[in-house]
Structures are given as C-alpha cells and as structure tokens.
Design a binder for this molecule. Structure first.
Ligand SMILES: Cc1ncc(COP(=O)(O)O)c(C=O)c1O
Length: 280
C-alpha cells in the first residue's frame, strides 16, 4: 500500500500555524501526484491511499468540509486519469481547540454529516465507494485535557510587572515559539483582584513567557498557577536547554484519584545518552 500527500498550494489558504500551503514543505502538487500514482502503479503497487493536511488548529468546521470535497474530487480525477482506486482517503488532522475562553470548539458531528454528504455527492457517483475516510487528529484528542500546574517563584516590577514561575519552555514551548494563547488561572483566586503581568518561565531566553500583558488574578509568591490546554505540544515539545528538567505527568482518574504516569526527569536523565570516554 502506498499513499501520497497532496499539497494544494495556492488553492487553499492554510492558516497561521501551518503556513500557506504553497510555502509548506509537505506533499506533492496535483501534477506530481498524478504522475507519481501512474509510476507506482506501473511498478506493481496494487493498493493506494490519498492524504492531505492543510491546516493546523483550525476552528472553522467548514474548512474541513472544504478539504474533504477538495480531496474527494482529486481522488475522482486520479481515478479517471490513472485508473486506480483508493483503499482510504485521509483528511489529516488540524482540528483546533478553544484555547481562548471566547472561542468555540469544532462541531465534529456537523463535520461528519457534511463529509458524508460530500462522499455521497462526489465519490459514490464516480464509483469510488466504498472507501475508508479517515482523519488523524492529535491536538483535539489530548490538548484540552492537559494542564501545566506550576508555582509562582517571584514577582517583580521594573518597566513591566512580572510573575516568574518554576515552569519554563521545557514544559510548554507554544507561547514562546509562536505566540500562542494559553488560558491561565490561579486556583482559589478566581474572583479576587486582577492585574496585568508578563508571566515568565525560568529560562535565560526572554521569549520564555507564557503570557505577555495578560490580566490574570493577582497571585502571591508561592501560589499555584494553572496553564490550560497543554495536553498537546506540551511535554512532548519541550527541551532541556539550560539543563531544565521536564516535570512529572499525573493522570486524573476522576473522583479524587490521581496516578503519576511519568516521573519527573532527573539530572541523571540529562546525561544518560552522553557517551564521552573519561566521563564517569
Ligand atoms: C501529517 C500529520 N498528521 C496529523 C497531525 C496531527 O495534527 P493535529 O494535532 O493538528 O490534529 C500532524 C501534526 O503536525 C501531522 O503533521
């Protein structure tokens, strides 16, 4: 089985996270795909898949319906030009989550209904049904269910007001890497006074900030501070720069039950892969 990824280039807009498709490194052009399927069929490949992924963290349900229509029509075109059928069509991931309190999660039931309509309108008449239609979502599966629980180590007022945390980009890179919004709460202080802060991590990099000019409940040194929606691109995206150690991961099992499912890193972990003679 062989599957190629389609990059629609200027035909789709993409979005801020994944970039414009024509500037993205992924996939093949329409012409390359058709040529590619022709070549691999001639080489003896018998089973085929077709894939695309054009957006990341996209909140518009219509975007996914448009993607489905685009790739279904492409499957029909390839079928007509090359004579192959597809075992599956993969619409990629990219379903966004409501990082901001005023955002709305994608209505996946609506997307499913509209994709089914497109399947019946495009693939069935072309004789390409049945074909498995898949998505490969990541963020929407785990993102909203992770929280980074961190402690306020310092408060500082210079040209701006700062809250300094014991967490840093080792635990969550997204805000520093692409300015992403992650909601921040201070347990027990939901209704107290608020103040505008830069909420910073403990790295020497000045972009190690979880929020810039953000009004949050005014915390005290020693308070816990919770950064929301860190279940995707959190721990797994982190790094050990400045010899920072990634924290443990705890699974909440409901009804007050918790389980440590990943221990915190130690300095021994940092050196575990170093293979330098004389270092013992
Ligand atoms: C090819 C591919 N599929 C699926 C995903 C998952 O995307 P998401 O987490 O946006 O659903 C990614 C993430 O980068 C990807 O590169």
């Amino acid at each position: 089985m062989l599957c190629f990824r389609y990059n629609p280039g200027p035909l789709r807009e993409g979005n801020a996270l994944i970039g414009k498709p024509e500037e993205a490194k992924y996939g093949f052009t329409r012409e390359q795909l058709i040529e590619g399927y022709r070549k691999i069929a001639a080489m003896g490949v018998k089973r085929f898949g077709l894939h695309t992924m054009v957006a990341s963290n996209e909140l518009s349900p219509d975007y996914f319906v448009e993607t489905a229509k685009m790739v279904f029509e492409l499957a029909v075109e390839i079928h007509k030009k090359v004579g192959i059928r597809f075992d599956f069509i993969n619409l990629g991931g990219g379903v966004g989550i409501a990082y901001r309190p005023d955002q709305t999660a994608v209505d996946l039931v609506f997307v499913g209904k509209k994709v089914k309509e497109a399947y019946e309108a495009i693939l069935v008449p072309a004789g390409l049904a049945p074909v498995r239609v898949a998505m490969e979502c990541g963020r929407v599966v785990t993102g909203p269910y992770g929280y980074l629980v961190t402690r306020v180590l310092h408060k500082k007022a210079i040209y701006k007001n700062y809250v300094g945390l014991d967490a840093c980009m080792a635990n969550l890179m997204r805000p520093g890497m692409y300015g992403s919004y992650h909601h921040i709460s201070v347990p027990g202080k939901e209704t107290g006074p608020k103040k505008v802060y830069d909420v910073t991590g403990s790295l020497c990099e000045n972009n190690d900030k979880f929020a810039i000019d953000r009004e949050i409940p005014d915390p005290e040194t020693g308070d816990l501070l919770v950064i929301h929606d860190t279940g995707a691109h959190g721990h797994s995206m982190g790094f050990n720069y400045n010899a920072k150690l990634r924290s443990a991961e705890v699974l909440w099992q409901g009804e007050g039950k918790f389980q440590v499912i990943r221990r915190a890193e130690t300095y021994a972990d940092l050196f575990a892969t170093l293979d330098y003679p004389g270092l013992k």
